[in-house]
Design a protein around this ligand. Structure first.
Ligand code: PMP
Length: 419
């Protein structure tokens, strides 16, 4: 392994990172399991790309069939991309009437920002303090978690993450006031607001689902200022929250643009956005949009198969049911483990905040890292998020079962004891 790590560093250079103190080397995946070179199985509680499970047979079959038949791009007519558009648009309000495709979530947010700038005439963008929206030049300027070497743009304003645990109830009022203050600050600097963009489950901010509906005031505020609301559904989308297909629907708002990614092709790179006709009209008139790989026939076949499985197998209902059980079981550990300050989530996306002291709610970053690494040693994969890296990010494939939860909770219990 040491040789492989050295070779990787030599060939891929310094910008890549591996997970865990002891990196992992997998050769095969199936369902909720990953297998390493020694044949050891690891329970994957951290993968929302293959959110239907590793190597889902229906997606593999759809892609295999399509790639053996035809792989072309959006410059030719093809039915599958239109079926994908119809089915995705059927999951959102009628106002959202167009789908555009990209290859990654970063590209989707980059395109959303370009469209927002054209429609509003502004450049200002408001995000949360620990947001992540992607890696393009434009999007990295509003992705503070990328690293200290990345400067936020002068047109970017951040607002504190809406945390009920730290800021108390009525989080919507506070969040709205903060967004209004950010709008005011942009305007004072002569910058017209283009958009408020949030991950509707605030996953890199620490997984902040409550109270449902709290986004409404902030959405009204950005619109009143001439900007638009972009819901980044790359993490919460495709049924993960259990109650809704999209995270923003928990807040009963209709975004001007919805960006999609990660689980969309269950591993095949496909991402995109949904938007209104008026929002994209001028952009479309003046710009030719062609993205070589985006919307190719194979990616579209994968994405249609993903929607089929979500509908056919009751995936959202499973996320709701097993997610509820997961939250309950992790929550029950708090009785015995003082360091578990808060357990929260929606569907199969759960955050568990590790604190040094329940009174002060001070983060315990070092302990969180020890828990994550101890779990990896015991064959369970999770990670941490939040500004202080002290929130366990528990995000299994949506086919997770109650038996999987029991194993997970057992290993977490031991890790919390030993770490
Ligand atoms: N938005 C969010 C909320 C994300 O979590 C990510 C990826 N972690 C992205 C955008 C970027 O997606 P991609 O890595 O596919 O470019």
């Amino acid at each position: 392994e040491a040789q492989l790590i050295a070779k990787r560093d030599r060939l891929l250079g310094p910008a890549y990172r591996l997970m865990y103190q002891k990196p992992l080397h997998f050769v095969r995946g199936e369902g909720v399991w990953l297998y390493d070179t020694a044949g050891r199985a690891y329970l994957d509680v951290y993968n929302n790309v293959v959110s239907l499970g590793h190597c889902h047979p229906a997606v593999v079959a759809a892609m295999t069939k399509q790639i053996a038949m035809l792989c072309t791009n959006t410059r030719y007519l093809h039915e599958t991309i239109l079926e994908l558009a119809e089915r995705l648009l059927a999951t959102v309000s009628d106002e959202l009437s167009h789908m555009m495709l990209t290859c990654s979530g970063s590209e989707a947010n980059d395109l959303a920002y370009r469209i927002a700038k054209t429609w509003t005439g502004g450049t200002g963008i408001i995000i949360t303090e620990t947001a992540y929206h992607g890696i393009t030049d434009a999007v990295s300027q509003f992705s503070p978690t990328l690293g200290t070497s990345v400067n936020l743009g002068v047109h970017v304003r951040t607002v504190p993450a809406p945390s009920v645990y730290h800021a108390g109830p009525n989080i919507g009022e506070l969040f709205t006031r903060n967004v209004e203050a950010a709008i005011g600050d942009l305007k004072r600097h002569g910058i017209q607001p283009a958009a408020l963009i949030v991950d509707s489950l605030f996953t890199s901010d620490g997984i902040l689902p409550d109270e449902p509906g709290f986004l409404q005031g902030a959405v009204a505020a950005i619109r009143a200022a001439g900007g638009i609301f972009i819901a980044d559904e790359v993490q919460p989308g495709f049924g993960r929250t259990g109650s809704h297909m999209w995270g923003f629907q928990r807040h009963d708002v209709v975004p001007d643009i919805v960006t999609l990614g990660k689980p969309m092709g269950n591993g095949q790179p496909i991402a995109g956005l949904l938007t209104r006709h008026d929002v994209v009209q001028e952009f479309g008139r003046n710009t030719r949009y062609f993205n070589t790989f985006a919307g190719n026939t194979v990616s579209c076949a994968a994405a249609v198969a993903v929607l089929d499985v979500i509908e056919r197998d009751g995936v959202m209902e499973n996320a709701r049911k097993v997610g509820g059980y997961l939250r309950e079981q992790v929550g029950a550990l708090a009785v015995r483990h003082e360091c578990l300050g808060d357990v929260r989530g929606a569907g199969l996306f759960v955050g568990a905040e590790i604190v040094a002291d329940r009174e002060t709610r001070a983060p315990d970053r070092a302990r969180t890292a020890r828990v994550v690494n101890a779990m990896r040693e015991n064959g369970v994969l999770i990670s941490a998020c939040g500004a202080n890296h002290n929130i366990l990010k528990i995000r299994p494939p949506l086919i997770f079962t109650e038996t999987n939860v029991d194993l997970f909770v057992d290993v977490l219990d031991k890790a919390l004891t030993s770490a």
